[in-house]
Design a protein around this ligand. Structure first.
Ligand code: FMN
Length: 313
């Protein structure tokens, strides 16, 4: 699997906080300060460099790191971010750096920073007063860090990184996925609405891009009535890292009360409609139309592909 390295500097902690969030979302990943970089880290597959903005410049240790390592870095996929108070200035500085580094830079982003005046050393204190005066901002604590934006950007980078992986042809991948889904019969169905979340272990039948689930009822329906977006996981028990097999499914759920579709599912399951009708309670039918499957499957390696493959249905 592709590994991400985030190299950063942070004087007062906000760039470090962002780095930690990014590294969890982009994992498998590692983060390190520029001075802790080791030459073996060059083996990572995707690089992110983060720096705060001070007096209109990126941290000099980050700039030195880029300068010293530019030769091999320019052969790697790279993203640059900065934390700052003046986002326009941040964007401009990153754009200039991207122009200098060339096509290896796949993405740049300035993110909101944080300023707690009582934490600043004397040098920073007078410098920041000058900066705030120059940009017409009040001399007070400022916190424009935005975890939601950091998460969104990290997800964007994750997608970018995954797009670089060698892809199995979709038809071949679909076959693997369908065989796996047919060979299993139990999933964990996750539904949610607002703060109410629920994961339900439940039996399913897979057919033609859909998972069909029969259920007497329960709290998952409270979520499904208000939010049709669902996720389902189907997986083998963990034995070791070399035998990983699991699918994370994203889909849309609907409740089927159309007689023909209901009977079709019962046929698939070898159930008789009259037997079901004679039950003392209703059996509800959930149909999950699959939109995306993110899979980790050791068998892909046999074909020379990475174990992680994504299929859009
Ligand atoms: C001395 C000083 C100078 C700064 N200069 C700038 C600047 O030129 N432009 C800007 O957008 N933000 C500037 N900032 C704000 C920082 O970029 C922001 O506080 C950032 O979140 C700090 O990152 P850190 O917590 O990782 O050290 C400055 C902050 C200090 C303390």
């Amino acid at each position: 699997m592709q590994k991400t390295l985030i190299v950063y500097q942070s004087k007062y902690g906000s760039t470090e906080d962002i780095t930690k969030i990014m590294s969890m979302i982009l994992g498998p990943a590692k983060y390190c300060l520029t001075e802790d970089f080791k030459s073996e880290y060059r083996d990572f597959d995707f690089f992110v460099i983060g720096s705060p903005l001070y007096k209109g410049k990126l941290d000099s240790r980050v700039l030195d790191f880029i300068k010293e390592n530019q030769k091999w870095l320019s052969q790697k996929p790279l993203a640059l971010f900065c934390t700052c108070l003046n986002r326009k200035q941040g964007d401009l500085i990153l754009k200039k750096l991207k122009n200098k580094l060339g096509d290896c830079v796949l993405s740049t982003k300035s993110l909101g920073g944080r300023l707690i005046l009582k934490e600043l050393d004397d040098n920073s204190n007078s410098a920041i007063k000058e900066f705030l005066k120059a940009v017409g901002m009040p001399v007070t604590d400022i916190d424009i860090t935005n975890p939601e934006e950091v998460v969104d950007y990290s997800l964007k980078l994750k997608k970018l990184k995954e797009g670089l992986m060698p892809k199995m042809p979709p038809e071949e991948l679909k076959q693997y996925i369908e065989d796996f889904l047919v060979a299993h019969n139990t999933c964990t169905l996750s539904t949610g609405f607002g703060t109410r979340v629920r994961s339900t272990p439940i039996e399913y039948t897979y057919k033609d891009g859909c998972m069909y689930i029969l259920s007497e009822g329960g709290e998952k329906f409270a979520n499904l009535m208000l939010n049709k977006n669902v996720s389902a996981a189907v997986y083998n028990d963990y034995t070791d890292m070399d035998q990983l097999a699991g699918m994370q499914i994203t889909g849309e759920a609907s409740i089927i009360d159309d007689y023909e579709e209901y009977s079709y599912l019962l046929d698939l399951k070898g159930l008789n409609i009259n037997t079901i009708k004679s039950l003392p309670v209703n059996l509800n039918l959930i149909k999950v139309t699959i939109k995306k499957v993110e899979s980790l499957y050791w068998k892909y390696r046999k074909q020379g592909y990475t174990t992680k493959q994504t299929l859009i249905f």
